[in-house]
Design a protein around this ligand. Structure first.
Ligand SMILES: [Zn+2]
Length: 413
């Protein structure tokens, strides 16, 4: 099969419809996003979503700086006397690496966790070691059981869904959350940011934290059992975790420029760039630059470049020039494909076979949609009861008031 190295203009549509090709007049998102719509001026729904749902929460200004100061003060105060006041997951990528270097400036005492799911590039390992030795921080590495990880990844390939990064992403979050709970840490510092990730089409992937889907795909296509792999069940994700942890994304409260962040890391920490977003993992590079564009017609660079455009740090012309560059050079692709195949215990032909087989939609498998609905129903019932309790608390007989408050306190109500 001839490797696809240019950005695709046609994508697989779950409904089988064929659409005329069209690209946004403001960003570079196009009809390869199955859910995209355009206004009269040709501006796309991703651009509009950024303005209405993200920009109001993005504060790279004085107000953001004040808010961040208050948050940092809260983290330091609440964590006083504990071994750590926060936790950060370090992948070795730009965002988390840059953030790790800021934590000491902010006088925080982080537990730094790296989750090794088997795909670290040598460069990523070097970058992590370099940063931590300069910062004088200890690294807590969680190694995911490789036999189970490989079994799960092979099961996902056989499922033919778009988001093949779920086994890796799920493990990252689940392992990090377990560490936080184990060490009684309340604050999780995340490198996620609106400056470079404001556009991400939902239709290109699926929620990595859906344990129902993960288990269903493994049950159908896996060979072994998942014993050591950290599965985060629905209740833990929506219940325990959200009650006990607070996620903070400091990069949204300060001006964050990726080029400047890379320069800072290179000059002060001897860190080296990977050449693409999330390319610190060889698997992710192959998945994003080959599997997704070849099988589905999705080129994640479009979302990334569009994020920079809507955030005002790149022109549309520069982004289009960037998209003209090949996704892979032939040699790199051959090397990566051979590496991925060998690591997963497949022949190159078997691996390439997954690319040519028909795609499937995530909804072809079980999802946690029913659990989410039930959870929301409980939440709204709880909210209604709370409203009644607040409104009538003075007039309620003590016995009923007591019952109501115990119902509100119970996680089952
Ligand atoms: Zn747009």
């Amino acid at each position: 099969m001839r490797p696809l190295i240019k950005t695709p203009t046609v994508a697989w549509m779950p409904d089988g419809k064929v659409r005329d090709y069209r690209v946004c007049t403001r960003c570079v998102m196009d009809t390869t996003d199955p859910d995209i719509t355009f206004d009269a001026a040709g501006v796309c729904s991703n651009c509009h979503r950024f303005e209405t749902s993200i920009r109001p929460y993005w504060k790279p200004d004085a107000a953001g700086a004040a808010e961040l100061d208050a948050l940092l003060h809260e983290i330091r105060t609440k964590g006083a006397g504990k071994p750590y006041d926060c936790i950060i997951g370090l992948s070795g990528g730009v965002d988390s690496s840059f953030l790790a270097t800021k934590l000491l400036e902010w006088k925080l005492r982080p537990l730094v966790v790296h989750v090794d799911a088997g795909w670290n590039s040598e460069l990523a390992v070097n970058n992590i070691e370099m940063i931590l030795s300069k910062l004088g921080l200890h690294l807590d590495t969680v190694v995911i059981d490789w036999n189970e990880m490989r079994d799960l990844q092979r099961a996902f390939l056989k499922s033919h869904v778009a988001n093949q990064d779920i086994p890796q992403d799920h493990a990252y979050t689940a392992a990090l959350v377990r560490k936080a709970l184990e060490h009684d840490i309340r604050y999780v510092i995340s490198g996620t940011n609106f400056a470079t990730e404001g556009v991400l089409p939902q239709g290109w992937g699926y929620d990595a934290m859906d344990a129902t889907q993960l288990r269903d795909i493994h049950r159908r296509f896996g060979e072994g059992t998942l014993k050591a792999y950290p599965v985060m069940e629905f209740q833990d994700y929506f219940g325990t975790m959200q009650q006990r942890l607070r996620f903070i994304a400091p990069l949204n409260f300060m001006p964050y420029d990726k080029t400047a962040a890379i320069a800072h890391l290179e000059q002060n920490f001897g860190w080296r760039y990977y050449g693409g977003k999330h390319y610190e993992s060889i698997w992710t590079r192959w998945f994003q630059a080959h599997y997704l564009p070849t099988k589905f017609g999705y080129d994640k660079r479009k979302a990334h470049l569009s994020s920079l455009i809507v955030a005002g740090s790149m022109t549309r012309e520069a982004a289009l020039r960037e998209l003209d560059k090949p996704l892979y050079t032939d040699n790199e692709l051959t090397d990566d494909t051979a590496f991925v195949a060998k690591k997963l215990g497949l022949t190159v032909d078997e691996l390439e076979g997954y690319l040519t087989a028909p795609p499937r939609h995530y909804s072809d498998y079980s999802t946690n949609a029913a659990q989410i609905e039930q959870f929301c129903r409980r939440k709204s019932r709880k909210a209604r009861l709370r409203q009644i309790a607040t409104r009538f608390s003075k007039d309620l007989p003590r016995r009923i008031a007591g019952k109501l408050s115990s119902m509100l306190a119970s996680p089952k109500s």
